[in-house]
Design a protein. Structure first.
Length: 202
């Protein structure tokens, strides 16, 4: 008895050579995310069901569960991607490219406006902001010590707390203003004040 083999063929993108399957996955996850945040504008987080998301996004429940275990897992995944983008940007942080890195942070926030607006409205999940503070403290300390070797550990902590909380507040105000201001204008103003005072001291 002859057996036929089923061969799965993925079309690839001429530009990237990546399977079209990757584009379908990205499209599906984008649809799930968009629908999820639309529902968050209508009801509380714990009132949203997988069934509602699937119906509105016009996808099967099995498609949702292929990517996420439940609604909590969906939110955690969105937050994790956001934090990863922030971390990668902060990894570039040092005084020589300070403004460019900060503008990049503003761009990441705008690209994740759905998540950030939700956090502004309902508050970030417990420990979210603190995790960003803690994760980036040590590596920022190491980099800045290279440029300002005379700064003490205590002085750096004061500076880090002041700037971290300050930039979070400025970004929050920018979100509240519906992203009207140009990030480069905000960054140029805030960093000039920050560094002028810092350099006078050191």
């Amino acid at each position: 008895m002859n057996q036929k083999r089923t061969q799965v063929i993925f079309m690839t993108s001429p530009a990237t050579g990546r399977p079209a399957h990757n584009r379908r996955t990205a499209y599906t996850k984008t649809a799930i995310r968009r629908t999820f945040f639309e529902l968050l504008e209508e009801k509380d987080f714990d009132k949203i069901s997988v069934r509602e998301i699937c119906q509105r996004a016009d996808i099967n429940r099995s498609t949702f569960y292929r990517h996420y275990d439940d609604i909590n897992a969906l939110m955690k995944s969105i937050e994790a991607e956001f934090v990863s983008d922030i971390d990668n940007q902060i990894e570039r942080m040092d005084p020589e490219v300070f403004d460019a890195v900060l503008v990049g942070l503003f761009d990441i926030v705008r690209d994740n406006s759905d998540l950030c607006c939700y956090m502004m409205k309902c508050g970030p999940r417990k420990g979210f902001i603190n995790s960003l503070f803690v994760k980036n403290y040590d590596r920022t300390h190491i980099k800045w010590k290279k440029f300002f070797p005379e700064i003490t550990d205590k002085q750096f902590r004061w500076m880090y707390i002041m700037f971290f909380n300050g930039i979070v507040s400025v970004i929050a105000e920018w979100i509240n203003s519906d992203f009207r201001e140009d990030p480069s204008t905000i960054v140029s103003f805030t960093t000039s004040i920050y560094f002028n005072g810092f350099r006078k001291y050191f």
